[in-house]
Design a protein around this ligand. Structure first.
Ligand code: SAH
Length: 353
C-alpha cells in the first residue's frame, strides 16, 4: 500500500485540495489546518469539531507522522531539556529546548545522522541515515511544546544533520512553522546553521526568508578547515565567504559565524588574527564555542584563557565576538551525543562532561 500523505507536512493549499477530494465542506480545511499546525495534535481523533465519520474518512486518506518521546533529560543547572524522539520507522533524533529570558528556544534536527563528516562532530559518525520530512521537523516542536505545556518561540536548526543537505523539506518546514494560521513563528527568530553548502546558500538567499544564517567556520584558513571539515574541499573558504556576502546583500541580514574551539588546534592568537583579517568589513558576528569533547574524536576543548584572548583579538579588530554560554552541561546537550550514547550503550545514562 502506498504511504498516506502526512498532514503535518501539508501546506494549506494542498490540504484544501484534499478536503475537496474527500467531499468536505469548504470550512473544513481551515479547521483541520488549525488542529494540525496550530494545536499540533497527534491524530485525527483529537479533531473534535469534525464528525466521527469525517475523522475516519480523513484518517483513511492521510496520516500524522509520529514523534514520540523516547527519552528525556532535564538539566539541574539551567532547566535545559534534551529529548530523544522516536519516529514512525524507529529512527531516533535529538532536540534540545533551552530557556532564555525571552522564552523557549528549540534546537531542532534536520536529518537522522549526517553525511558531512566533520571530524569533531558526534552526529555524523554513523553517516547519513535519512532526511527528516517537514512533518517530522514540526513534530519535534509539537512534542516538546506538548510536554512542556509552553509555546516555543525561537528555533535554531543546529541539531543533527545538515539542513541545507535536506533543502526542500527544510524550506517546506520553515514555511509551515511560519504560517500565521499555524505556529506563526517569526523567521527573524529562526537561525539555520550550515557547514557551508555554497550552492544551497545562494539558493536560500533568493527565497526571501529572513532567517539568520549561521555558518560553521571553525578555522581561518583552508588547510586547517579541510582537516576539520571535509566539505571545505568542495567549497573552500573564499567561495564560502562569497556566498555569505551574497546572503548579506540580498537579505540585509548579519551572518553569524560559529567557531568551535579546540585546544591547540584553532585557538591560537595567530588563528584569531587570521580570522579577523578574513572577516574584516563583513556584516557579521562570531560565536566562539568551547568545543564539546566527543569521546571517539579525542579533541579537547580550549582553555578559558585561550577563548578570552581569541575574543579580545577579534573585538579589537572590530569583529563582534561572543562566547557561547554552555547550557545543559550536565546532560551533554550537544549535538548527536545522546543518540550515540543510546546507540552504543543501549541505555539512557547521564554523561557528565
Ligand atoms: N550541519 C550544521 C548544523 C548542525 S551542528 C552545521 O554544520 O552548521 C551545529 C553546530 O555545532 C555546528 O557549528 C557544528 O560545527 C557544531 N559542533 C558539532 N560538534 C561539535 C563539538 N563537538 N563541539 C562544538 N561544536 C560542535
Amino acid at each position: 500500500m502506498d504511504k498516506l500523505p502526512d498532514l503535518r507536512a501539508m501546506p494549506f493549499e494542498d490540504l484544501r485540495k484534499l478536503t475537496i477530494l474527500l467531499g468536505f465542506p469548504p470550512f473544513r480545511a481551515k479547521q483541520i489546518f488549525a488542529w494540525v499546525q496550530r494545536k499540533g495534535v497527534p491524530g485525527t481523533d483529537d479533531m473534535t469539531d469534525l464528525s466521527v465519520s469525517d475523522r475516519a474518512l480523513l484518517a483513511r486518506h492521510a496520516m500524522i507522522s509520529g514523534c514520540e518521546i523516547a527519552a528525556k533529560q532535564v538539566s539541574k543547572i539551567d532547566g535545559t531539556v534534551k529529548y530523544l524522539f522516536r519516529l514512525d520507522d524507529g529512527e531516533t533524533i535529538e532536540s534540545v529546548v533551552m530557556r532564555y529570558g525571552y522564552g523557549l528556544s528549540i534546537c531542532a534536527s534536520a536529518q537522522v545522522g549526517c553525511r558531512m563528516g566533520c571530524k569533531f562532530c558526534a552526529s555524523g559518525m554513523g553517516g547519513l541515515v535519512r532526511n527528516l520530512t517537514a512533518g517530522e521537523m514540526l513534530g519535534q516542536i509539537f512534542a516538546a511544546q506538548h510536554d512542556l505545556r509552553k509555546k516555543i518561540n525561537h528555533m535554531v536548526l543546529m541539531g543533527m544533520g545538515e539542513p541545507l543537505d535536506n533543502y526542500t523539506n527544510v524550506l517546506a518546514f520553515l514555511r509551515l512553522v511560519g504560517d500565521p494560521n499555524g505556529q506563526n513563528m517569526s523567521m527573524r527568530k529562526v537561525s539555520l546553521s550550515t557547514c557551508g553548502l555554497v550552492s544551497m546558500m545562494h539558493k536560500l538567499s533568493r527565497e526571501a526568508l529572513p532567517v539568520t544564517l549561521s555558518v560553521s567556520l571553525h578555522a581561518p584558513n583552508n588547510a586547517l578547515r579541510s582537516e576539520l571539515m571535509p566539505v571545505n574541499q568542495a567549497y573552500p573558504i573564499e567561495t564560502l565567504l562569497d556566498a555569505c556576502r551574497a546572503y548579506i546583500k540580498t537579505t540585509g541580514r548579519r551572518i553569524s559565524f560559529e567557531y568551535a574551539m579546540f585546544d591547540g588546534r584553532n585557538d591560537t592568537p595567530d588563528c584569531a588574527y587570521a580570522l579577523a583579517r578574513l572577516l574584516k568589513g563583513m556584516l557579521c558576528h562570531v560565536n566562539l564555542i568551547p568545543a564539546n569533547p566527543v569521546e571517539e574524536h579525542r579533541r579537547r576543548r580550549s582553555h578559558k584563557d585561550a577563548v578570552r584572548r581569541f575574543q579580545d583579538i577579534l573585538e579589537q579588530a572590530g569583529i563582534p565576538a561572543t562566547v557561547r554560554r554552555t547550557l545543559g552541561a550536565d546532560i551533554s546537550a550537544a549535538c548527536g551525543q545522546l543518540r550515540r550514547q543510546t546507540d552504543t550503550a543501549q541505555s539512557f545514562g547521564v554523561q557528565r562532561s
